[in-house]
Design a protein. Structure first.
Length: 259
């Protein structure tokens, strides 16, 4: 049975856990394996791990780190970063990862979605779209390479294509909301939800558990992902891995309504 998911998102660079603001201002916050151990204890629904240095630096996936993460992780794990080929997708899945996130590569080679889905199953293929408002008219646009490269693609239009090509899930990540904790971009989420039927996860901007509750209440079956909310605590953003306990999580998800 499909249900809303509350998902921590961890960013890694050069093997370390970092957190960003608007895809920049990277702050080292610890060891990713230790974070996974803590999230295991907190019984999180799912975990997203994104290597934000791989594509920009032209690196291939760090299979040793991925295997270590998969071996430690006791919840479904989605990994993304530097994945450009079907063979890399298969390798990552073989290491025990449930889902692989594809991003910049599918903008250049959309058929990669179909080929990967045929090899490992559509349920294991997530397409992540990083976006922001650009230009004088402030229109939504997909960007890649940590927000440094414009693509000219509209995320809503590309979302349709993603589903048609066989992806099992879509992740939309707001660059302008990243790390600022001012609330999710509900406008873009609404536009995307109206044109796709596959599971949708929203990332960027969660400022509190109330943000997650509002998102779930609005959309029902949705993935509510967050980074800063589950890594920092308090106005001084002290590093503290946290996640709602079972009672709180059940209270949040009970308030969902059908979109």
């Amino acid at each position: 049975m499909l249900r809303p998911r509350i998902i921590p998102c961890l960013l890694i660079k050069n093997g370390g856990l970092v957190k960003t603001i608007n895809f920049g201002n990277q702050k080292y916050v610890g060891d990713p394996i230790n974070a996974v151990k803590i999230f295991n204890e907190k019984e999180v629904d799912e975990l997203i791990v994104l290597d934000i240095g791989a594509t920009v630096l032209g690196k291939t996936p760090n299979y040793i780190l991925i295997e270590n993460l998969a071996n430690e992780c006791r919840m479904p794990l989605c990994y993304g970063g530097g994945v450009k080929t079907v063979e890399q997708v298969e390798k990552i899945i073989s290491l025990g990862v449930e889902k692989v996130s594809l991003s910049s590569a599918v903008l250049d080679t959309p058929e990669l979605i179909t080929e990967a889905a045929e090899r490992v199953g559509s349920q294991s293929i997530v397409v992540a779209l990083d976006y922001k408002k650009t230009g004088i008219r402030r229109r939504y646009e997909i960007l890649t390479h940590n927000g440094l490269r414009k693509t000219g693609f509209n995320p809503v239009e590309f979302a349709r294509k993603v589903e048609e090509l066989g992806a099992g899930e879509l992740l939309v990540n707001s660059i302008e909301k990243d790390g600022v904790m001012t609330g999710y971009d509900l406008d873009l989420a609404t536009q995307v939800r109206e044109v796709i039927n596959i599971p949708l996860t929203v990332l960027g901007g969660a400022k509190s558990l109330e943000s997650i509750e509002d998102l779930i209440h609005r959309f029902g079956i949705i993935g509510a992902a967050a980074g800063s909310l589950f890594v920092f605590k308090g106005k001084y953003r002290a590093v503290l891995i946290n996640y709602p306990d079972r009672t709180t999580k059940e209270s949040i998800t009970r308030k969902m309504c059908k979109y």
